[in-house]
Write a protein that binds this ligand. Sequence first.
Ligand SMILES: C[S@@+](CC[C@H](N)C(=O)[O-])C[C@H]1O[C@@H](n2cnc3c(N)ncnc32)[C@H](O)[C@@H]1O
Length: 244
Amino acid sequence: MPIAYTQWADTYELFEGETAQETWRQGIAADLAKLAGGPGRVLDLGAGTGVGTRVLGKLLPRLEVTSLDRSPEMLNWGKVPKDRQIVGDMADFRAGQDVTGDAFDFVVSGFDALNYLPPEALASCLAGVADVLRPGGHMVFDYSTRKVLSADWAALEYSQDKDGYTLHRRHAWERAYDRSRTVLTLSRSGEVLWRETHIQYVVDPFTLEEIARAHGLHTVAVRNIESDTYSPSHTTHVYVLRRK
Ligand SMILES: C[S@@+](CC[C@H](N)C(=O)[O-])C[C@H]1O[C@@H](n2cnc3c(N)ncnc32)[C@H](O)[C@@H]1O
């Protein structure tokens, strides 16, 4: 089975670019604007084509972003400079993997990238975050809730047409595995170009807080993406964690 986000790299921004940018503006960028007083080093986990780097570059240009993703196709499509990219697994990185080896002031992860990690991999990822963040540094990320994966996407199919391409998505909640499966099919003029399967997971806010705390990351805030309020059943939450 082809790895997710290898074939999709070329048309990812065509279908997701605008929504991803808006998610970054409402989510991570809004919180970083309150936390970042000046220059700072940022590590973006699951950075993909670098949508987050571009949004932060416009709104908070004094931040310098390093992008980590397991898909070189995504990083390269986004022309992420080689000295600012790390090809690797979010669940398996530690300090010293980027060019400078210095600690980061912020770790971010946008547009539900962390939902790709099963709970044990998420725990390993947060251990890595604690390793690369400076003391007092923050992690800010958006995360799809259980409502989206297990209810809204329980059994949902739809297609989008753009620039002569049709992207068909078939979502299913796999109750036995506590995870969501999405099959993406891209076609053009009726001919199937490729298919990718994406598996996503979700842990509830209290579990996420406990995993984070076990790795020395204290939860400062959790909010719904469009506001400062919090409701467990919202679609997307934005988390701010702080390293002790
Ligand atoms: C929904 S996309 C988000 C991309 C980008 N953050 C954005 O805002 O457009 C998820 C990204 O996470 C990456 N990803 C998924 N699992 C990963 C893992 N275990 N390690 C590193 N990257 C991963 C994928 O390759 C993909 O680029």
